[in-house]
Design a protein around this ligand. Structure first.
Ligand code: SAM
Length: 281
């Protein structure tokens, strides 16, 4: 075990600031600083980037990011009890850590960060998927971020990287893989966290592609995919009936059998279907 900084161990920090974990805030803390530094390294070279971290808590991952050389870190934490511990980290890394006591859903990070921007977080379970969907569906592409390195429940991570034909394949896979490269880079057992959650977790690394993998109108693609997977056991000619009156013709033109189910349709086919629908309106 190497020591990544000269600040006190996280167990001492938590005891000193009485940071008993709150379930309502999704608080499962990482206390092994070698592990948090390893997660920070999955994000790539941080020395030329500003980093957005959601939910620093007592600061384990924050310390990993700073020790790995992040140019600047903006950490958004909802729980005011964590602020004194985070202030100690800011003092140890002058001018490199800014902490906002806020709900991450309410903050415009661009007001505080300079590109290139990487997002790295051990996300709170209750808002993790909502934040990911926001980051994947900005009004313009490429987005404000270069990469996302995010801890999720393993089941959510599997849905992000899923391929057609698997149970995990659905809206999240399409959203993530249409305009990003997404892969699982680490899997962590419950014991890696304090307190341990019931399930395994995984770190997903997503890199924004300069342009979408296949052309499609984002709103149409989103509508089609939502309708298709809302009733994933139905044949597409039934689940997409409300999308267009001549949906069977559109499906055939996109190379999809009207009797197929959503989970067998590739990303390329969904994009072709969305493009066909756009051209006909
Ligand atoms: N990063 C720390 C670590 O790895 O040990 C803590 C991770 S813990 C899974 C999630 C953190 O997100 C908690 O510190 C929690 O207080 C914070 N949090 C929960 N909801 C939030 C929200 N809406 N906005 C900002 N932070 C939030």
């Amino acid at each position: 075990m190497t020591q990544i900084d000269t600040l006190p161990p996280l167990r001492e920090v938590i005891a000193a600031h009485q940071l008993s974990a709150k379930k309502s805030l999704g608080q499962n803390f990482l206390l092994d600083l070698n592990l948090t530094a390893k997660i920070a390294r999955q994000a790539g070279d941080l020395t030329q980037s500003d980093v957005l971290e959601i939910g620093p808590g007592p600061g384990g991952l924050t310390r990993g990011l700073l020790a790995e050389g992040a140019r600047r870190v903006l950490a958004i934490e909802k729980d005011a009890r964590c602020l004194p511990a985070l202030a100690d980290i800011a003092a140890a890394y002058p001018d490199r850590l800014q902490v906002l006591n806020a709900d991450a859903l309410d903050i415009d990070p661009l007001a505080h960060l300079t590109p290139p921007i990487r997002i790295v977080a051990n996300l709170p379970y209750n808002v993790g998927t909502e934040l990911l969907v926001r980051w994947l569906t900005p009004p313009d592409w490429p987005p404000f971020w270069q990469s996302l390195t995010l801890m999720f429940q393993k089941e959510v991570a599997d849905r992000i990287v899923a391929a057609p034909g698997s149970k995990a394949y659905g809206r999240l896979a399409i959203l993530a893989q249409w305009r990003s490269d997404a892969r699982i880079v680490m899997t962590l057992p419950p014991e890696a966290f304090t307190p341990p959650p019931k399930i395994h977790s995984a770190v997903v690394h997503l890199t924004a592609l300069p342009a979408p993998r296949y052309p499609a109108d984002p709103a149409i693609l989103s509508r089609v995919v939502a309708a298709a997977f809302n009733q994933r056991r139905k044949m597409l000619r039934a689940s997409l009936k409300g999308v267009a009156p001549d949906i069977e013709d559109h499906l055939i033109a996109a190379g999809i059998k009207p009797t197929d189910r959503a989970e067998t349709v590739s990303l390329e086919q969904f994009c072709a279907l969305a493009e066909g629908l756009r051209r006909s309106t």
